[in-house]
Design a protein around this ligand. Structure first.
Ligand SMILES: [Ca+2]
Ligand SMILES: [Ca+2]
Length: 371
């Protein structure tokens, strides 16, 4: 024999109704037990402190009215494979047994604790080793609704409407934690027939997708999470402000000049290094300013010697007789003038520069040489 505790037991009452369905597939079958103490029937066969009944051998009902199995045994004919509705109405020591809504037997149970008003365990009970089936087990209390079943996270008011029987006319209200939305009715009411309103409708809490409305108030990325959400800043140059919603620029230049060797310029979402001197250029690391060798290209535009310097360069005239002209690039001898026209060129050289080359020529200052 196997037995099963069902419903919210123990019941602290001696008035209740058990209903279920059974399908008879073997010689022995199933039935109801009531007012038994846990453990009292799993080792002994339906004996002390347990009362109930089961169907047997297609022709009998085995009742225990005084703790002894099959006392009384009554004739009851039933068919293999058919489903039967069982209903047991317990009112103190008086028990009415209904099968398919028809009163089959009225019994009075007796024995130690048969009149117990507390710790009344009830169960569905099938003989061991057979394949008979039972389902739809329910226990109801007159004037009460059975305990409600609601989804995870659903809060109920009063909170015992999900753990115990609730009196008729009581309203059980539902709510969800922050970040969750209630699915189903906001309350159920225990009706006069011991049935909850909207009894077929499920009640659950589901996550709210806060990002679906106005991007959750996030300035950039909104990430929905179970029971909450968060704003994220997709750019490494941005950080979440203290309101947790807005991404704000990080001033990278505030710390160690952003790693720049010379000038750091903060920008929205980033920063950059700059080289304030035209003779410097940013190296490939984007941070260090390095000298440009202006002399490497076209001799820096110098007519003679080009000298590179840190951050700049200069043209140098190798001969002490020469000096830089105003363009700082061309070396020329002071006093020498060159005049060009379409047919000829006139070069004026001060005598002092000729160093005796003019000895064999005219000694007139400002001598003209024609080329
Ligand atoms: Ca959410
Ligand atoms: Ca920045």
């Amino acid at each position: 024999m196997a037995q099963r505790d069902c419903g919210p037991t123990p019941l602290n009452t001696d008035k209740y109704v058990i209903t279920s369905r059974i399908q008879v597939l073997g010689g022995h079958s199933c039935g109801h037990m009531f007012k038994y103490k846990t453990g009292s029937v799993t080792t002994k066969s339906h004996t002390t402190k347990a009362w109930g009944y089961f169907l047997w051998s297609n022709r009998y009902m085995y009742i225990s009215s005084s703790g002894g199995e099959g006392n009384p045994k009554i004739n009851y004919s039933f068919s293999t494979g058919a489903w039967y509705k069982l209903k047991s109405v317990i009112d103190g020591t008086n028990v009415k047994i209904y099968i398919n809504d028809k009163l089959v037997r009225k019994i009075t149970i007796s024995g130690s604790e048969a009149d117990a008003k507390s710790n009344n365990y009830v169960g569905i009970w099938c003989h061991g080793g057979i394949s008979s089936k039972a389902d739809s087990f329910q226990v109801s209390l007159p004037g009460h609704c059975s305990a409600l079943t609601v989804g995870r996270l659903v809060k109920t008011t009063p909170n015992n409407c999900v753990t115990s029987y609730t009196k008729i006319n009581t309203r059980c209200s539902f709510s969800c934690p922050q970040g969750y939305q209630l699915q189903g009715p906001s309350y159920k009411q225990c009706g006069s027939r011991g049935q909850w309103s909207d009894s077929a409708k499920s009640v659950s809490c589901t996550d709210i997708n806060e990002c679906a409305v106005s991007n959750g108030g996030c300035s950039h990325k909104c990430v929905n999470t179970e029971g909450s959400y968060k704003c994220e800043c997709p750019d490494p140059g941005l950080s979440l402000s203290s309101d947790g919603r807005k991404c704000q620029d990080i001033n990278e230049c505030a710390v160690s000049k952003g790693g720049c060797s010379h000038k750091c310029v903060n920008t929205a979402g980033s920063y950059k290094c700059e080289c304030p001197d035209p003779g410097l250029k940013l190296s490939s690391d984007g941070r260090k300013c390095q000298d440009i060798d202006e002399c490497a290209v076209s001799n820096g535009g110098c007519s003679h010697k080009c000298a590179n310097t840190a951050g700049s360069y200069k043209c140098v005239c190798p001969d002490p007789e020469l000096s830089l002209s105003l363009d700082n690039r061309t070396c020329h001898a002071p006093g020498v003038d060159v005049q060009c026209n379409s047919d000829n060129m006139t070069i004026i050289i001060p005598k002092s520069l000729l160093r005796g080359i003019d000895r064999g020529a005219s000694s007139t200052p400002g001598h003209h040489m024609q080329g």
